[in-house]
Design a binder for this molecule. Structure first.
Ligand SMILES: [Zn+2]
Length: 183
């Protein structure tokens, strides 16, 4: 797995120290995925079977409470993560800055097929303002019941910006990765 990651690190010019200094975890790409949801544009969002089912139950409960939430990102391959980083590098954003909002390939929770980025009508995707929405209040109260936990709270130990929209499914919450906890 490390060899696969190194290829991308070299391509993108990601300093090894940066990964080491931030203690970024390394994940495997999920192999068994299913369609968890379909976006308005027809895009399929893939998750592991357990995460997909949990998402569908969570979404149904939100709908019952008149809360409108939808996925804007689910499973991502190493390759896709590298493309997202490349797009930002191409417009002149320095790699260190890109990596405060995007994990290096191999280090994104989205590789696991258990993480979702969630949005709600009326706010732009993946911005901190999501925290002020009814959807975020609802998730804060109920998402844990469905196994979804906020991965990157404010001042998280991995140096990512606060991501109120990014939630990860954990079948066994007792084993949640330390990334999910405020240091
Ligand atoms: Zn995310």
């Amino acid at each position: 797995m490390y060899a696969a990651i190194q290829k991308y690190r070299d391509q993108l010019g990601i300093p090894l120290e940066l990964i080491a200094n931030r203690n970024l975890p390394v994940y495997a790409e999920a192999e068994h995925l299913e369609v968890a949801d379909i976006g308005k544009n027809g895009q399929q969002y893939l998750l592991t079977q357990a995460a997909a089912h949990a998402w569908q139950e969570l979404k149904a409960a939100a709908t019952t409470d008149a809360v409108d939430i939808f996925i804007i990102s689910a499973f991502r391959s190493f390759e896709r993560q590298a493309e997202l980083i490349q797009t930002r590098l191409a417009i002149g954003i320095p790699i260190a800055e890109v990596l405060t909002v995007l994990a290096p390939p191999g280090c994104s929770e989205h590789h696991t097929g258990r993480a979702v980025d969630i949005c709600t009508p009326g706010v732009p995707p993946a911005l901190e303002v999501f925290e002020q929405t009814e959807a975020f209040s609802w998730l804060s109260k109920h998402a844990n019941q469905f196994g979804f936990f906020l991965s990157f709270p404010r001042d998280n130990r991995y140096g990512y910006l606060y991501e109120p929209w990014h939630w990860c499914f954990h079948a066994n919450p007792d084993l949640i990765h330390p990334a999910s906890q405020v240091p």
